[in-house]
Design a protein around this ligand. Structure first.
Ligand code: NAD
Length: 450
């Protein structure tokens, strides 16, 4: 079988080879998933819950191996990859505790009408490269619990950890219930336009999301789309710079800024701007950037050539326009020091575009109304945060922000019981929680006339 190479972004060396799935092989995988689905759906929910718990056990038992693979294909520091893997098993366990509701619409002498949630069939789970295993948390567990079979297609940049997980789960699930396919740029479109796919659960860029949605139109395939973001954080005048600066730093630079819900525009009230900016510059200068396998490293490289080019181009644009580069910039290979841009104009590319990397614009405001307007004046609506010593004042601002999740005095906190998703062009539908589970079902109403 032909393969393609996966590159370690820290060293440029080859981490491993992944199979390059052909169209005919994909057809066979989809056929096997279709064949397995009725049997899987016929099992009791309790049986499927047990399967999710078994999966969680296998993940925990192989956590170190899986985490090392994540670091070697994605670049993040090993302890962060360990946390990612622990999060995956945690999500499987918590998802196993969710239930599929049954609604009795009418139950009287005339008739009984009941609406239940039934599986869709075969789910295509398409993931990006920033959390190669973490992204599976929101898709595989709920899809399986609902009675679907699943075909996972990881990013071409980070297929190895998903492949390994698929291998480890071979004996745990019946054949065809969960399959991992890897391949080149054609594989995603083949999968999402395949007539044997009933539901696409896609996480990636808004641009690709639009293409997926257009393709799904031909067969009315159901979609959940988790797409790009350009999340604002708004820091009010009364926020304590000493308390919030470090949290804001990691809000922007965790995982080298490659998180959909990372803070990507930092609006600072003019009263706190200078103190917070100074502390952020200090932190940016002192954190350890390096190979994620090395002890003590806090930020790894940008994850792949394509993303590095995006970040480097935005950085060059800041240089060309003469913006105030407070600290940072590229070093070697795919490495970038945490980079801070001081108060660029609102229409700057670094403000308007999703950087998805370790470069952050700091934006000054005097009037909170102006900050809210600027924060909302964008096609994205994924996450946002508001920071203040006065929670009520922060809440009043939070409720006016156009985002699927708005945090007050924290950011990026997710939970298996809380749905999240994007407003505007950040997505369609939600993941996690009961609402996320129900995205993997259809409603069927059965009415019995007495
Ligand atoms: P991407 O859109 O390039 O790729 C995502 C996945 O889609 C990959 O598996 C890729 O191989 C596949 N793909 C590419 N073209 C396809 C096509 N035409 N049809 C079907 N599949 C296709 O995104 P990326 O660069 O891997 O990830 C970064 C983006 O993902 C950022 O914009 C980020 O904000 C977003 N993201 C969103 C969330 C969220 O929950 N909203 C989470 C993480 C990342």
């Amino acid at each position: 079988m032909p393969t393609f190479s996966v590159i370690d972004p820290a060293t440029g060396e080859i981490t491993g080879e992944a199979p390059d799935c052909s169209r005919a092989e994909l057809d066979a995988v989809v056929a096997a998933a279709r064949a397995a689905q009725p049997g899987w759906a016929a099992r009791s929910v309790a049986d499927r819950r047990d399967a999710l718990l078994s999966i969680a056990g296998v993940i925990d038992a192989n956590a170190v191996e899986l985490a090392r693979l994540v670091t070697r294909e994605q670049g993040k520091p090993l302890p962060v990859a360990v946390a990612e893997v622990a999060g995956l098993s945690h999500w499987f366990r918590e998802t196993a505790a969710l239930d599929l509701p049954v609604t009795v619409n009418q139950d009287d002498a005339e008739r009984r009408s009941v609406t239940e949630h039934v599986p869709l069939g075969v789910v295509a789970a398409i993931t990006p490269w920033n959390y190669p295993l973490g992204q599976l948390s929101f898709k595989v567990g709920p899809a399986l619990l609902a009675g679907n079979t699943v075909i996972v297609k990881p990013s071409t940049f980070t297929p190895l950890s998903s492949l390994r997980l698929g291998e480890l789960l071979r004996g745990v699930l019946p054949d065809g219930v969960l399959t991992v396919v890897t391949g080149g740029d054609d594989l995603g479109p083949w999968l999402t336009r395949h007539p044997g796919i009933d539901k696409i659960s896609f996480t990636g860029s808004t641009r690709t999301g639009r293409a997926v949605l257009a393709g799904a139109g031909a067969t009315l395939t159901r979609v959940t789309l988790e797409l790009g973001g350009n999340d604002p954080a708004i820091v009010l005048a009364d926020a304590d710079p000493d308390q919030v600066a470090e949290q804001l730093f990691w809000a922007a630079f965790s995982n080298a800024g490659q998180i959909c819900l990372a803070t990507k525009r930092l609006y600072l009230h003019t009263d706190v701007y200078d103190r917070i900016a100074a502390r952020l510059v200090e932190l940016a200068g002192s954190v350890v950037v390096g190979n994620g396998l090395d002890e003590g490293v806090q930020i790894g490289p940008v994850s792949n050539r394509r993303q590095y080019d995006t970040v480097a181009e935005l950085f060059r644009d800041c240089q060309d326009k003469g913006y105030d580069i407070l600290t940072g910039g590229p070093t070697e290979g795919f490495f970038f020091r945490p980079t801070l841009i001081g108060n660029p104009p609102e229409d700057a590319r670094i403000v308007q575009e999703e950087q998805f990397g370790p470069i952050l614009p700091l934006l000054r405001f005097d009037d909170v109304e102006d900050a809210i307007t600027r924060a909302n004046a964008i096609e994205y609506g994924l996450g946002a945060s508001v920071w203040s010593a006065d929670p009520d004042a922060a809440l009043a601002v939070a409720r006016r922000l156009e985002a699927g999740t708005v945090w007050v005095n924290e950011v990026m906190h997710l939970s298996p019981s809380v749905p999240f998703g994007g407003l505007k062009q950040s997505g369609i539908g939600v993941e996690s929680g009961r609402a996320g589970l129900l995205e993997f079902t259809e409603r069927r109403t059965v009415t019995v006339k007495h």
